[in-house]
Write a protein that binds this ligand. Structure first.
Ligand code: ADP
Length: 342
């Protein structure tokens, strides 16, 4: 199981909390200057011509603001927005039901669009291009298709795995935004805004420390802030650097923002496989984690931090990664002692 504290996916009870902290305009959306600039032009051009914006694909690791941007696209263009997700669209009929209910100009957000079924994907091609779908009725020789006109809409797709999207689907988006991990300074701004909204005062140095341990991810920054709030409440502690460090120590987040699973991956490569290379499936089996979680959540962060590298023969620990693994004396992660049991 991924550590719930630094898993960049949102849990159910977190969604309400996140809703309250979600920026509602591009101006409020912190960081990602390139994507913001691109979207500003795209949305303004659509507004000037009084038409629906082109279909937009938002790509990047979880927790970086894809759902937030979709909501902002709806708000900035004054259009209603409907939320759906790839896993909820497993049959072409599921998609037909969603599409036929759209009102003219509506924004349709499909999260995890790479997890839609192939049949639904093919239906979506025509819908995106011609605002029409063909509904199949009957089976075998007696089957026929009935064309159904749709209201014009803007599709906003989100994916953590843009490489998994078939080219015909990727090509039908007028614009693809690639979200990057956030700089620490931007995360400080996210945290300053969130603590203001939560009516919580945290000293600037302590906010900077939190930002540095948030894996470049706003969702994790907000989650750590919530844990610090609890810690301060229970310990009647002071909201300074020491308070934040004590809270984070309790939750096993190290100075570089690495959590248990990050450290397990790093230690396994460094100690058990002598620095690598080691294949993804072997690594996943050694740790008892889903290969998909390692590939889409853990690896992008560890690669970005320069702690591991990907080679054609597998994952390797970099010299920095080896040093980090040697220096890390957190209980359970020194060497391969505890990992032998998995
Ligand atoms: P994703 O859809 O990519 O998984 P979300 O859009 O749900 O991520 O973002 C997770 C949370 O992080 C949101 O609730 C929001 O509060 C916060 N967040 C994300 N991006 C930003 C940003 N650029 N500025 C401020 N807060 C952000």
């Amino acid at each position: 199981m991924t550590d719930p504290l630094v898993d960049p996916g949102a849990s159910a009870d977190e969604l309400a909390f996140e809703g309250a902290l979600r920026p509602t305009s591009l101006a409020e959306f912190v960081g990602q200057p390139k994507v913001k600039g691109q979207l500003e032009v795209l949305l303004q051009a659509a507004r000037l011509q009084d038409r629906a914006p082109d279909h937009i694909l938002l790509a990047g690791p979880p927790g970086l603001g894809k759902t937030t941007l979709a909501t902002i696209i709806g708000a900035e263009t004054g259009r209603p927005i409907r939320y759906s997700s790839g896993p909820a669209i497993q049959h072409a009929g599921d998609l037909a039901a969603v599409l036929s209910a759209l009102v003219p100009g509506e924004v349709l957000f499909i999260d995890e669009i790479h997890r839609m079924s192939r049949a639904a994907e093919e239906m979506l091609y025509l819908a995106m291009e011609d605002f029409r779908v063909d509904i199949m009725v009957g089976k075998g020789a007696g089957a026929s298709s009935i064309p159904l006109e749709l209201a014009p809409f803007t599709l906003v797709g989100a994916t953590t795995r843009s490489g998994m999207l078939p080219a015909p689907l990727r090509d039908r988006f007028g614009f693809t935004a690639h979200l990057e991990f956030y700089e620490t300074a931007d995360l400080e701004r996210v945290l300053a805004r969130s603590s203001r909204l939560m009516e919580l005062y945290i000293e600037p140095a302590a906010l900077a420390e939190l930002a540095g341990r948030s894996r470049g991810t706003p969702r994790i920054a907000n989650r750590l802030l919530r844990r610090v709030r609890d810690w301060l409440l229970v310990h009647a502690g002071s909201s300074d650097l020491d308070g934040v460090r004590a809270a984070l120590e309790l939750y096993d987040v190290d100075e570089a923002g690495l959590d248990r699973i990050d450290r397990a991956v790093l230690h396994t490569i460094a100690h058990r496989f002598a620095g690598g290379p080691v294949g993804l499936s072997t690594l996943a089996a050694a740790i008892g984690e889903e290969a998909d979680t390692i590939e889409s959540v853990v690896e992008p962060f560890l690669v970005r931090e320069g702690l591991i590298g990907r080679t054609p023969r597998g994952r390797v620990a970099t010299p920095t990664g080896m040093r980090h693994a040697r220096a890390d004396t957190a209980p359970g992660y020194s060497g391969d002692t505890t990992l032998d049991g998995v």
